[in-house]
Design a protein. Structure first.
Length: 402
Protein backbone atom coordinates (compact mmCIF):
# COMPACT_ATOMS: atom_id res chain seq x y z
CA UNK A 1 0.00 0.00 0.00
CA UNK A 2 2.83 2.38 0.74
CA UNK A 3 4.39 1.52 -2.61
CA UNK A 4 1.29 2.41 -4.64
CA UNK A 5 1.07 5.78 -2.82
CA UNK A 6 4.62 6.62 -3.94
CA UNK A 7 3.76 5.67 -7.50
CA UNK A 8 0.76 8.02 -7.49
CA UNK A 9 2.99 10.99 -6.30
CA UNK A 10 5.53 10.70 -9.10
CA UNK A 11 5.77 13.56 -11.70
CA UNK A 12 4.08 16.20 -9.55
CA UNK A 13 7.23 18.46 -9.67
CA UNK A 14 7.36 18.38 -13.50
CA UNK A 15 4.78 21.16 -14.09
CA UNK A 16 6.62 23.40 -11.63
CA UNK A 17 9.92 22.66 -13.40
CA UNK A 18 8.38 23.45 -16.79
CA UNK A 19 7.00 26.76 -15.51
CA UNK A 20 10.37 27.57 -13.96
CA UNK A 21 12.12 26.71 -17.23
CA UNK A 22 9.77 28.96 -19.18
CA UNK A 23 10.35 31.82 -16.75
CA UNK A 24 14.12 31.27 -16.98
CA UNK A 25 14.04 31.24 -20.78
CA UNK A 26 11.92 34.38 -20.80
CA UNK A 27 14.37 36.15 -18.50
CA UNK A 28 17.31 35.03 -20.61
CA UNK A 29 15.56 36.18 -23.77
CA UNK A 30 14.75 39.54 -22.27
CA UNK A 31 18.33 39.86 -21.05
CA UNK A 32 19.60 38.99 -24.54
CA UNK A 33 17.32 41.52 -26.24
CA UNK A 34 18.19 44.20 -23.69
CA UNK A 35 21.88 43.43 -24.10
CA UNK A 36 21.59 43.74 -27.88
CA UNK A 37 19.92 47.13 -27.54
CA UNK A 38 22.51 48.34 -25.03
CA UNK A 39 25.27 47.13 -27.33
CA UNK A 40 23.74 48.86 -30.35
CA UNK A 41 23.17 52.01 -28.29
CA UNK A 42 26.86 52.00 -27.36
CA UNK A 43 27.83 51.45 -30.98
CA UNK A 44 25.64 54.37 -32.07
CA UNK A 45 27.21 56.60 -29.39
CA UNK A 46 30.74 55.60 -30.43
CA UNK A 47 29.85 56.16 -34.08
CA UNK A 48 28.55 59.64 -33.28
CA UNK A 49 31.76 60.54 -31.42
CA UNK A 50 33.96 59.13 -34.18
CA UNK A 51 31.96 60.88 -36.91
CA UNK A 52 32.15 64.25 -35.18
CA UNK A 53 35.87 63.88 -34.50
CA UNK A 54 36.57 62.74 -38.08
CA UNK A 55 34.74 65.78 -39.45
CA UNK A 56 36.71 67.94 -37.01
CA UNK A 57 40.02 66.46 -38.18
CA UNK A 58 39.05 67.01 -41.82
CA UNK A 59 38.13 70.65 -41.13
CA UNK A 60 41.24 71.36 -39.01
CA UNK A 61 43.54 69.90 -41.67
CA UNK A 62 41.99 72.09 -44.35
CA UNK A 63 42.26 75.20 -42.19
CA UNK A 64 45.86 74.38 -41.30
CA UNK A 65 46.64 73.77 -44.98
CA UNK A 66 45.39 77.27 -45.77
CA UNK A 67 47.53 78.63 -42.94
CA UNK A 68 50.63 76.83 -44.23
CA UNK A 69 50.06 78.08 -47.79
CA UNK A 70 49.46 81.63 -46.55
CA UNK A 71 52.79 81.51 -44.74
CA UNK A 72 54.44 80.01 -47.83
CA UNK A 73 53.09 82.77 -50.08
CA UNK A 74 54.33 85.43 -47.67
CA UNK A 75 57.75 83.77 -47.41
CA UNK A 76 58.02 83.45 -51.20
CA UNK A 77 57.03 87.07 -51.71
CA UNK A 78 59.53 88.30 -49.13
CA UNK A 79 62.15 86.05 -50.73
CA UNK A 80 61.48 87.77 -54.05
CA UNK A 81 62.01 91.11 -52.31
CA UNK A 82 65.38 89.92 -51.02
CA UNK A 83 66.39 88.72 -54.46
CA UNK A 84 65.37 92.00 -56.13
CA UNK A 85 67.36 93.85 -53.44
CA UNK A 86 70.38 91.72 -54.26
CA UNK A 87 70.06 92.34 -58.02
CA UNK A 88 69.74 96.09 -57.51
CA UNK A 89 72.69 96.11 -55.10
CA UNK A 90 74.93 94.24 -57.55
CA UNK A 91 74.01 96.80 -60.22
CA UNK A 92 74.94 99.51 -57.77
CA UNK A 93 78.32 97.86 -57.07
CA UNK A 94 79.00 97.52 -60.79
CA UNK A 95 78.12 101.16 -61.40
CA UNK A 96 80.21 102.26 -58.39
CA UNK A 97 83.29 100.44 -59.69
CA UNK A 98 82.78 101.99 -63.12
CA UNK A 99 82.63 105.48 -61.56
CA UNK A 100 85.59 104.71 -59.32
CA UNK A 101 87.67 103.63 -62.33
CA UNK A 102 86.97 106.94 -64.03
CA UNK A 103 88.13 108.79 -60.94
CA UNK A 104 91.08 106.69 -59.74
CA UNK A 105 91.85 104.39 -62.65
CA UNK A 106 95.05 106.24 -63.48
CA UNK A 107 96.63 105.45 -60.06
CA UNK A 108 99.15 102.58 -60.31
CA UNK A 109 98.00 99.30 -58.78
CA UNK A 110 94.75 100.91 -57.63
CA UNK A 111 93.45 101.10 -61.21
CA UNK A 112 94.40 97.46 -61.84
CA UNK A 113 92.62 96.31 -58.66
CA UNK A 114 89.52 98.27 -59.63
CA UNK A 115 89.45 96.69 -63.10
CA UNK A 116 89.75 93.16 -61.64
CA UNK A 117 86.91 93.86 -59.23
CA UNK A 118 84.87 95.33 -62.05
CA UNK A 119 85.37 92.18 -64.13
CA UNK A 120 84.04 89.96 -61.35
CA UNK A 121 81.13 92.34 -60.70
CA UNK A 122 80.19 92.24 -64.38
CA UNK A 123 80.20 88.44 -64.41
CA UNK A 124 78.08 88.32 -61.28
CA UNK A 125 75.70 90.87 -62.77
CA UNK A 126 75.39 88.81 -65.97
CA UNK A 127 74.49 85.72 -63.93
CA UNK A 128 71.87 87.70 -62.01
CA UNK A 129 70.34 89.10 -65.19
CA UNK A 130 69.98 85.59 -66.62
CA UNK A 131 68.59 83.95 -63.49
CA UNK A 132 66.35 86.80 -62.30
CA UNK A 133 63.50 86.10 -64.79
CA UNK A 134 63.58 82.39 -63.93
CA UNK A 135 63.54 83.00 -60.18
CA UNK A 136 60.87 85.72 -60.29
CA UNK A 137 58.55 83.83 -62.62
CA UNK A 138 59.08 80.57 -60.75
CA UNK A 139 58.20 82.07 -57.36
CA UNK A 140 55.17 83.85 -58.79
CA UNK A 141 54.00 80.60 -60.41
CA UNK A 142 54.41 78.75 -57.12
CA UNK A 143 52.33 81.35 -55.30
CA UNK A 144 49.69 80.96 -58.00
CA UNK A 145 49.61 77.21 -57.34
CA UNK A 146 49.25 77.82 -53.60
CA UNK A 147 46.37 80.23 -54.23
CA UNK A 148 44.59 77.70 -56.47
CA UNK A 149 45.17 74.96 -53.87
CA UNK A 150 43.43 77.11 -51.28
CA UNK A 151 40.37 77.33 -53.52
CA UNK A 152 40.34 73.53 -53.68
CA UNK A 153 40.74 73.30 -49.91
CA UNK A 154 37.84 75.66 -49.35
CA UNK A 155 35.69 73.56 -51.69
CA UNK A 156 36.38 70.59 -49.39
CA UNK A 157 34.73 72.41 -46.49
CA UNK A 158 31.20 72.17 -47.82
CA UNK A 159 28.65 70.72 -45.45
CA UNK A 160 27.78 67.90 -47.85
CA UNK A 161 31.45 66.83 -48.03
CA UNK A 162 31.69 66.79 -44.25
CA UNK A 163 28.38 64.96 -43.96
CA UNK A 164 29.66 62.29 -46.34
CA UNK A 165 32.75 61.83 -44.19
CA UNK A 166 30.57 61.52 -41.09
CA UNK A 167 28.33 58.95 -42.79
CA UNK A 168 31.27 56.88 -43.98
CA UNK A 169 32.79 56.92 -40.49
CA UNK A 170 29.51 55.93 -38.83
CA UNK A 171 28.91 53.05 -41.22
CA UNK A 172 32.27 51.57 -40.31
CA UNK A 173 30.68 50.89 -36.93
CA UNK A 174 27.33 49.74 -38.34
CA UNK A 175 26.00 49.97 -41.92
CA UNK A 176 22.49 50.69 -40.56
CA UNK A 177 23.50 53.89 -38.74
CA UNK A 178 22.30 57.14 -40.28
CA UNK A 179 23.74 60.60 -39.66
CA UNK A 180 21.90 63.93 -39.36
CA UNK A 181 18.70 62.65 -40.93
CA UNK A 182 15.72 64.80 -40.04
CA UNK A 183 13.40 61.80 -40.36
CA UNK A 184 15.30 60.10 -37.54
CA UNK A 185 14.27 62.87 -35.13
CA UNK A 186 10.53 62.23 -35.37
CA UNK A 187 10.45 60.29 -32.10
CA UNK A 188 12.32 62.92 -30.09
CA UNK A 189 10.68 65.44 -27.76
CA UNK A 190 9.75 68.66 -29.53
CA UNK A 191 12.32 70.82 -27.71
CA UNK A 192 15.17 68.38 -28.43
CA UNK A 193 14.15 68.02 -32.06
CA UNK A 194 13.96 71.80 -32.52
CA UNK A 195 17.41 72.28 -30.97
CA UNK A 196 19.11 69.62 -33.10
CA UNK A 197 17.36 70.76 -36.27
CA UNK A 198 18.47 74.35 -35.65
CA UNK A 199 22.08 73.32 -34.98
CA UNK A 200 22.34 71.17 -38.09
CA UNK A 201 20.74 73.89 -40.23
CA UNK A 202 23.11 76.50 -38.76
CA UNK A 203 26.23 74.45 -39.44
CA UNK A 204 25.11 73.81 -43.01
CA UNK A 205 25.37 77.56 -43.53
CA UNK A 206 28.34 78.27 -41.25
CA UNK A 207 30.83 75.60 -42.33
CA UNK A 208 31.32 76.69 -45.97
CA UNK A 209 31.30 80.39 -45.04
CA UNK A 210 33.67 80.12 -42.08
CA UNK A 211 36.46 81.30 -44.39
CA UNK A 212 36.45 83.73 -47.31
CA UNK A 213 38.95 84.93 -49.88
CA UNK A 214 40.69 88.31 -49.85
CA UNK A 215 42.82 90.31 -52.25
CA UNK A 216 45.84 92.10 -50.75
CA UNK A 217 45.25 95.82 -50.36
CA UNK A 218 41.96 97.55 -49.71
CA UNK A 219 40.04 94.26 -49.75
CA UNK A 220 41.75 93.03 -46.57
CA UNK A 221 42.43 96.55 -45.21
CA UNK A 222 46.20 96.03 -45.47
CA UNK A 223 46.24 93.01 -43.15
CA UNK A 224 48.48 90.79 -45.29
CA UNK A 225 50.74 93.78 -46.09
CA UNK A 226 51.28 94.42 -42.38
CA UNK A 227 52.02 90.74 -41.86
CA UNK A 228 54.59 90.83 -44.67
CA UNK A 229 56.35 93.73 -42.97
CA UNK A 230 56.35 91.95 -39.60
CA UNK A 231 57.89 88.89 -41.23
CA UNK A 232 61.09 90.72 -42.20
CA UNK A 233 62.62 89.96 -38.83
CA UNK A 234 66.36 90.60 -38.68
CA UNK A 235 66.38 91.60 -42.35
CA UNK A 236 64.23 94.68 -41.66
CA UNK A 237 67.11 97.07 -42.30
CA UNK A 238 68.18 95.36 -45.51
CA UNK A 239 64.86 94.95 -47.26
CA UNK A 240 62.71 97.75 -45.90
CA UNK A 241 64.94 100.12 -43.99
CA UNK A 242 67.87 102.20 -45.13
CA UNK A 243 70.83 99.96 -46.01
CA UNK A 244 73.19 102.90 -46.20
CA UNK A 245 75.70 105.04 -44.44
CA UNK A 246 76.88 108.62 -44.43
CA UNK A 247 80.11 110.53 -43.96
CA UNK A 248 80.00 114.27 -43.34
CA UNK A 249 83.08 116.46 -43.55
CA UNK A 250 83.50 120.18 -43.33
CA UNK A 251 82.70 121.02 -46.94
CA UNK A 252 81.97 117.54 -48.33
CA UNK A 253 79.23 114.97 -47.70
CA UNK A 254 79.05 111.37 -48.96
CA UNK A 255 75.76 109.54 -48.45
CA UNK A 256 74.84 105.98 -49.39
CA UNK A 257 71.10 105.23 -49.38
CA UNK A 258 69.26 102.05 -50.24
CA UNK A 259 65.87 100.46 -49.63
CA UNK A 260 63.39 98.00 -51.09
CA UNK A 261 59.71 98.83 -51.01
CA UNK A 262 56.38 97.86 -52.54
CA UNK A 263 55.21 100.07 -55.36
CA UNK A 264 51.51 99.59 -54.50
CA UNK A 265 49.20 98.40 -51.73
CA UNK A 266 48.33 95.20 -53.64
CA UNK A 267 51.90 93.85 -53.20
CA UNK A 268 52.29 93.28 -56.96
CA UNK A 269 55.84 94.61 -57.27
CA UNK A 270 59.11 95.18 -55.46
CA UNK A 271 61.39 98.13 -56.21
CA UNK A 272 64.99 98.21 -54.99
CA UNK A 273 67.04 101.41 -55.15
CA UNK A 274 70.66 101.99 -54.08
CA UNK A 275 72.36 105.34 -54.55
CA UNK A 276 75.72 106.90 -53.68
CA UNK A 277 75.54 110.68 -53.53
CA UNK A 278 78.26 113.30 -53.20
CA UNK A 279 77.77 116.90 -52.10
CA UNK A 280 80.02 119.94 -51.91
CA UNK A 281 79.33 123.12 -50.00
CA UNK A 282 78.57 126.06 -52.28
CA UNK A 283 77.66 129.65 -51.52
CA UNK A 284 73.96 128.89 -51.91
CA UNK A 285 74.00 125.52 -50.06
CA UNK A 286 74.93 121.92 -50.75
CA UNK A 287 75.30 120.84 -54.36
CA UNK A 288 74.39 117.13 -54.64
CA UNK A 289 75.36 114.77 -57.45
CA UNK A 290 75.00 111.03 -57.95
CA UNK A 291 78.21 109.00 -58.12
CA UNK A 292 76.61 105.57 -58.55
CA UNK A 293 73.18 103.94 -58.48
CA UNK A 294 71.46 100.62 -58.95
CA UNK A 295 67.79 99.85 -59.38
CA UNK A 296 65.70 96.72 -59.95
CA UNK A 297 62.02 95.77 -59.88
CA UNK A 298 60.19 92.45 -59.86
CA UNK A 299 58.06 93.40 -62.86
CA UNK A 300 61.22 94.19 -64.79
CA UNK A 301 61.80 90.43 -64.95
CA UNK A 302 58.16 89.28 -64.97
CA UNK A 303 55.55 91.66 -66.37
CA UNK A 304 52.68 89.84 -64.69
CA UNK A 305 54.26 89.45 -61.25
CA UNK A 306 51.43 89.44 -58.71
CA UNK A 307 53.21 88.61 -55.47
CA UNK A 308 50.63 87.33 -53.02
CA UNK A 309 47.53 86.21 -54.90
CA UNK A 310 44.01 85.91 -53.57
CA UNK A 311 44.20 84.11 -50.24
CA UNK A 312 41.80 82.77 -47.62
CA UNK A 313 41.28 83.88 -44.05
CA UNK A 314 38.46 83.70 -41.52
CA UNK A 315 35.36 85.64 -42.44
CA UNK A 316 35.60 88.99 -40.68
CA UNK A 317 31.98 89.20 -39.54
CA UNK A 318 31.79 85.63 -38.22
CA UNK A 319 30.87 86.01 -34.53
CA UNK A 320 32.34 82.60 -33.67
CA UNK A 321 35.72 82.90 -35.34
CA UNK A 322 37.55 83.32 -32.02
CA UNK A 323 35.58 80.54 -30.34
CA UNK A 324 35.90 78.06 -33.20
CA UNK A 325 33.65 75.99 -35.40
CA UNK A 326 31.15 73.53 -33.91
CA UNK A 327 30.26 70.36 -35.81
CA UNK A 328 27.25 68.46 -34.45
CA UNK A 329 26.41 64.85 -35.33
CA UNK A 330 23.09 63.14 -34.65
CA UNK A 331 23.39 59.39 -35.27
CA UNK A 332 20.39 57.05 -35.35
CA UNK A 333 19.57 53.40 -35.87
CA UNK A 334 16.02 52.10 -36.14
CA UNK A 335 15.07 49.73 -33.31
CA UNK A 336 13.73 47.10 -35.72
CA UNK A 337 17.25 46.85 -37.14
CA UNK A 338 18.59 45.69 -33.79
CA UNK A 339 19.17 41.93 -33.78
CA UNK A 340 16.72 40.56 -31.20
CA UNK A 341 14.73 37.37 -30.71
CA UNK A 342 10.96 37.83 -30.78
CA UNK A 343 9.89 34.37 -29.65
CA UNK A 344 7.40 35.65 -27.17
CA UNK A 345 4.03 37.23 -28.00
CA UNK A 346 5.43 40.67 -27.18
CA UNK A 347 5.37 43.49 -29.68
CA UNK A 348 6.80 46.96 -29.76
CA UNK A 349 4.50 49.87 -29.25
CA UNK A 350 4.16 52.45 -32.00
CA UNK A 351 6.08 54.92 -29.83
CA UNK A 352 8.99 52.49 -29.42
CA UNK A 353 9.08 51.75 -33.14
CA UNK A 354 9.13 55.48 -33.98
CA UNK A 355 11.91 56.26 -31.49
CA UNK A 356 15.25 54.99 -32.86
CA UNK A 357 18.42 54.34 -30.95
CA UNK A 358 20.15 57.71 -31.05
CA UNK A 359 23.21 59.64 -29.90
CA UNK A 360 24.49 63.15 -30.39
CA UNK A 361 28.09 64.34 -30.37
CA UNK A 362 29.78 67.68 -31.02
CA UNK A 363 33.33 68.46 -32.10
CA UNK A 364 34.88 71.90 -31.72
CA UNK A 365 37.57 72.95 -34.21
CA UNK A 366 39.40 75.70 -32.33
CA UNK A 367 42.53 77.80 -32.76
CA UNK A 368 44.81 76.54 -30.01
CA UNK A 369 48.35 77.78 -29.52
CA UNK A 370 50.75 74.94 -28.57
CA UNK A 371 52.29 77.25 -25.95
CA UNK A 372 50.56 80.26 -24.45
CA UNK A 373 51.65 83.45 -26.22
CA UNK A 374 53.60 81.30 -28.68
CA UNK A 375 56.21 83.40 -30.50
CA UNK A 376 54.86 86.68 -29.13
CA UNK A 377 54.04 88.40 -25.90
CA UNK A 378 50.52 89.15 -27.12
CA UNK A 379 47.55 86.82 -27.25
CA UNK A 380 46.88 85.56 -30.75
CA UNK A 381 43.36 85.28 -32.06
CA UNK A 382 42.07 82.74 -34.54
CA UNK A 383 43.33 83.24 -38.08
CA UNK A 384 44.70 81.37 -41.07
CA UNK A 385 48.25 82.59 -40.58
CA UNK A 386 49.35 79.93 -38.08
CA UNK A 387 48.48 76.21 -38.33
CA UNK A 388 47.14 75.88 -34.81
CA UNK A 389 43.66 74.51 -35.56
CA UNK A 390 42.82 71.38 -33.58
CA UNK A 391 39.62 69.34 -33.11
CA UNK A 392 38.29 68.03 -29.84
CA UNK A 393 35.02 66.58 -28.60
CA UNK A 394 33.11 68.91 -26.31
CA UNK A 395 30.06 68.74 -24.08
CA UNK A 396 28.00 71.40 -25.73
CA UNK A 397 25.02 72.46 -23.60
CA UNK A 398 21.90 70.67 -24.75
CA UNK A 399 18.26 70.64 -23.76
CA UNK A 400 16.94 68.53 -20.92
CA UNK A 401 15.75 65.08 -21.70
CA UNK A 402 18.37 64.15 -24.31
Amino acid sequence: MRISSLVRNRGQVLPIAVVGLMIGCTVLLLMYNSGQKITDKTVVANAADASAYSAGIWTARHLNFMAYTNRAMIANHVGTGHFISYVGWIRYIENSLDSLEKIAGWIPYVGAAIRVAETYAERLADINEETAPIVTQGIDLLNGIYSAAQVEAQAGLTYFRLNKIMEETARVYDPDIRVNEISGMSGLPMTVRATLTARIAAQRAQIPTFVESFEPGSDDEGEISALVMRSYGSSQRWIAGNRGWKENFLVVKIHKTGSTTHTDDELTDWESTDRLSFATLEWDGWDWSTLAKGKATAREFHDDYRGIRRYYNLREDDPGKDEGLYITVYATKRQEQTRTENLLPLSRTDEQAASPLNASSTALVAFTQPIKNFGTSREEYGSLYNPFWEPRLVNRPNVAGF
